[in-house]
Design a protein around this ligand. Structure first.
Ligand code: ATP
Ligand code: ZN
Ligand code: MG
Length: 322
């Protein structure tokens, strides 16, 4: 873990000009202007244009190439997960404010008439909406743990999964990098502490090299999750002090507050004990995951190399499209 002790952090240089300084327009507005993102009227909820998507797809494929030799099992879950599984996962303890539940109309015809009248009058129409069995996925790895647990004890070499999912977090923002619905690509490792820490070390190196090769300034730093409330502050401090989470940050909105584009998380036995996942020798499994924020990396590329993909540096284009 020594490499983690000396952060690669260097002070960032000023960001490239955001355009015509005489008439400053936000990065988000310029993304709309160029059709990279498509307005919906809701902060953090956007359509993606064709060029934007082609970068997301190329990044997804690049991450696949980096991990290809490891033989990860590929699974794609839809962007909703089982509510009982979500409840058991502990997400509500740490992040009740970010969670999104799926509700649906469950009333009779009279209730339907009431609903329509409320919509018509601009009043609250949600009275007969009831919580369904589905919750929006908060991180790509959340639906995986119960699936792995159901398979019984891990093999001696542990398990490795490749995931990608749209995720939801209720954190509306006008920063384009903080969306409410975004895609997270993940590799998830389950096994002994040694196995999962070795995995995280490998991906810290691979992820850093990948982002350097994409021509992005970066710093890898200790981080914490935004645990809710006063008790959450203690959890966050512990997480940071124990070196459980690292983020790869790139200046996108500002140099002072760079954006986490990748994260490297060691959960210790949190999910192993929550889901009763056992190692081959009977000990509780440890888990780790590496997450790639596909939209955030795309936005970092657009911020640093410009909004015109054809004008990106040739070596960056080569990394992405061969
Ligand atoms: P932040 O500290 O910026 O809120 P995070 O700690 O919540 O980030 P993780 O929970 O580690 O991020 O999520 C894994 C990856 O998903 C992040 O590294 C990031 O690239 C991406 N991500 C997280 N939240 C968002 C968001 N609101 N919009 C777009 N991408 C996101
Ligand atoms: Zn994860
Ligand atoms: Mg967050």
């Amino acid at each position: 873990m020594d490499s983690l002790a000396d952060p690669t952090s260097t002070p960032f240089e000023a960001l490239p000009s955001a355009g015509d300084e005489a008439e400053p327009r936000s990065f988000l507005d310029r993304l709309f202007d160029r059709g990279h993102l498509v307005r919906t009227g809701i902060d953090g909820l956007y359509g993606r244009g064709g060029d934007f998507e082609s970068v997301v797809e190329a990044l997804d494929a690049l991450v696949s190439r980096l991990g290809a030799a490891d033989g990860a099992e590929r699974i794609r879950f839809p962007p909703g997960m089982s509510r009982p599984a979500f409840e058991r996962s502990g997400y509500l303890k740490g992040f009740p404010n970010l969670a999104g539940t799926v509700h649906s109309f469950c009333g009779d015809e009279a209730a339907h008439a009431r609903l329509l009248a409320c919509v018509e009058a601009g009043k609250d129409w949600t009275e007969d909406q009831a919580c369904t069995d589905i919750v929006l996925t908060p991180a790509a790895c959340y639906p995986l743990y119960p699936v792995a647990a159901a398979r019984g004890p891990l093999p001696a070499e542990g398990l490795l999964f490749d995931l990608q999912s749209y995720c939801f977090r209720h954190e509306p923002s006008v920063e384009p990098t903080r969306m409410q619905m975004f895609r997270m690509r993940e590799y998830v490792r389950m096994g002994s502490p040694e196995q999962v820490l070795a995995f995280r070390e490998v991906w810290l190196e691979r992820g850093t090299a990948m982002m350097r090769d994409l021509g992005l300034p970066l710093a890898v730093d200790p981080a914490n999750d935004p645990f809710f409330g006063r008790a959450g502050r203690m959890l966050a401090n512990n997480q940071r002090m124990q070196g459980l989470k690292f983020e790869l940050n790139v200046p996108v909105n500002s140099t002072e507050q760079p954006t986490a584009c990748l994260s490297f998380n060691y959960h210790q036995d949190h999910f192993g004990s929550t889901w009763e996942i056992g190692q081959a020798d009977g000990a509780v499994a440890h888990t780790a995951c590496v997450g790639f924020g596909l939209e955030r990396i795309t936005l970092a590329l657009l911020r640093h190399h410009g909004l015109d993909l054809a004008a990106w540096p040739a070596d960056v284009r080569k990394q992405l499209w061969g």
